[in-house]
Ligand binder design. Structure first.
Ligand SMILES: [Zn+2]
Length: 321
């Protein structure tokens, strides 16, 4: 029997779990709800119970498991596995690694969730084995993960790679959840795209976006993409503006790091080519020439599995050396 790695992607509403073999292939995956009541005190115990129950079900034991890797939504101390802060879970200076290790009886490694997704894409996804890679995740927020020479860049306080909070893009922009204004996240996350679209929607009464708003009372980032693909001029202009912010920011990131690949993931990345081509237009405009010629951008390929697969990679590399 070959050994398994356990990858966990801890989210504010759902926790994704997977048994993954040493080649990075998912053997079994499932989800449990995340119980954030009482400041998240039940989270580690629930994960341990879910792992134990699934191992029992499949006729396996801890002896067959190398360890557990978990991506968490917050800044992490990579040496101790302490979460500095995870606002959505109610954690401050929370000893997550110790708690989960005690609950499961297994070695545990913790990283920021965006970093885990970057590792996953590096190992089995669009990164295609590239050792210098930047991953940007466009979802409810905008996350970032930076890998240099195969190593995660965490920074002195676990806050490296916060591409979503780069603020050079919109002067005097919208207020961000982080307390600043004008962050990339405020205009390029799913909610940010809607915000940009709502700005001039009333002065574009013939746009199909306006029709959707009138009929349903709201619009989504997906509506913007679908209308743009159908040739709606206003939707195209919204997408163009969002891609300007993304292309400019990613060009600046690439000018510092000159990664082999930039991988764009998260729910918004499902927009595919129309998003990628528009980002590339501005990326090529603002990137330094040698960067433009050597750094490529592509859409993530692992979808929701990226975090768990990256967590498994970290388990393999930390506990099997
Ligand atoms: Zn911010």
């Amino acid at each position: 029997m070959k050994k398994w790695l356990i990858g966990v992607d801890l989210g504010g509403t759902t926790t994704k779990l997977a048994f993954i073999n040493l080649d990075g292939e998912i053997v079994h995956k499932w989800e449990i709800p995340t119980d954030i009541s009482d400041k998240g005190v039940y989270i580690t115990e629930n994960i341990a119970k879910a792992i134990k129950a699934k191992l029992d079900e499949l006729g396996q034991t801890n002896a067959n498991v190398v360890g557990v890797g978990m991506g968490a939504p917050g800044a992490v101390d990579e040496n101790t596995g302490i979460i500095f802060e995870a606002v959505n879970l109610g954690w401050t200076n929370y000893p997550l690694q110790d708690k989960l290790s005690t609950a499961t009886g297994l070695p545990v490694v913790i990283e920021n969730d965006a970093n885990m997704a970057a590792l996953g894409e590096m190992w089995k996804g669009a990164g295609d084995g590239a050792k210098d890679l930047v991953c940007v995740t466009l979802g409810t927020g905008v996350g970032g993960g930076v890998i240099v020479n195969g190593n995660m860049v965490s920074g002195i306080s676990g806050a490296a790679g916060e591409i979503g909070h780069m603020t050079s893009v919109v002067e005097n922009g919208y207020a961000c959840n982080c307390g600043k204004t004008g962050c990339l996240e405020t205009v390029a996350s799913a909610t940010g795209i809607v915000r940009v679209a709502m700005e001039k929607i009333e002065s574009n009464p013939t746009s199909s976006l306006k029709k959707i708003l009138d009929e349903t009372g709201s619009i989504s980032a997906k509506d913007v993409v679908i209308c743009a693909e159908a040739g709606d001029e206003y939707a195209l202009s919204v997408l163009d503006q969002v891609c300007f912010y993304l292309g400019l920011t990613l060009a600046n990131v690439a000018n510092v790091l000159n990664p082999e690949k930039i991988v764009i993931g998260g729910g918004v990345s499902k927009a595919g080519d129309i998003l990628l081509n528009n980002i590339l237009k501005y990326f090529k405009k603002y990137a330094f020439i040698r960067v433009r010629e050597s750094t490529s951008i592509s859409i993530a390929t692992l979808g929701n599995d990226a975090g768990a697969i990256g967590a498994a990679w970290l388990v393999k590399n930390k506990f099997m050396k």
